[in-house]
Design a protein around this ligand. Structure first.
Ligand SMILES: [Zn+2]
Ligand SMILES: [Zn+2]
Length: 101
């Protein structure tokens, strides 16, 4: 299905960690994109489109909202540029990845 990457905060006092696709990805439930929620300060994959028989591409855009808090203050995640949503330190991408089940 896709890849997941671990992103870890480089600030040991913070220790924030998130496992996300790190960009745009396709899962069985549609298209997801990694974003930062400014409301709950979390990094997560947000559903951006779901399968639709009526859409020319087979996917119809859905309203983007945080799966944790339902907030809509979402910012696109850029690997290497986006900083820790909790403390603002650099995020390090782990080399390990897991295939989605
Ligand atoms: Zn949220
Ligand atoms: Zn942090």
């Amino acid at each position: 299905m896709g890849f997941c990457f671990d992103y870890k905060c480089s600030n040991p006092a913070c220790g924030y960690e998130a496992t996300v696709s790190g960009g745009k990805d396709h899962g069985f439930c549609g298209e997801v994109q990694t974003m930062v929620c400014l409301d709950c300060k979390d990094l997560l994959d947000v559903l951006t489109a779901e399968p639709s028989a009526n859409a020319p591409s087979g996917l119809a855009p859905v309203e983007r909202k945080c799966g944790e808090c339902g907030g809509k203050n979402l910012k696109l995640f850029h690997s290497g540029k986006t900083r820790c949503p909790k403390c603002g330190a650099r995020l390090k991408k782990s080399d390990n990845f897991d295939l989605w089940d």
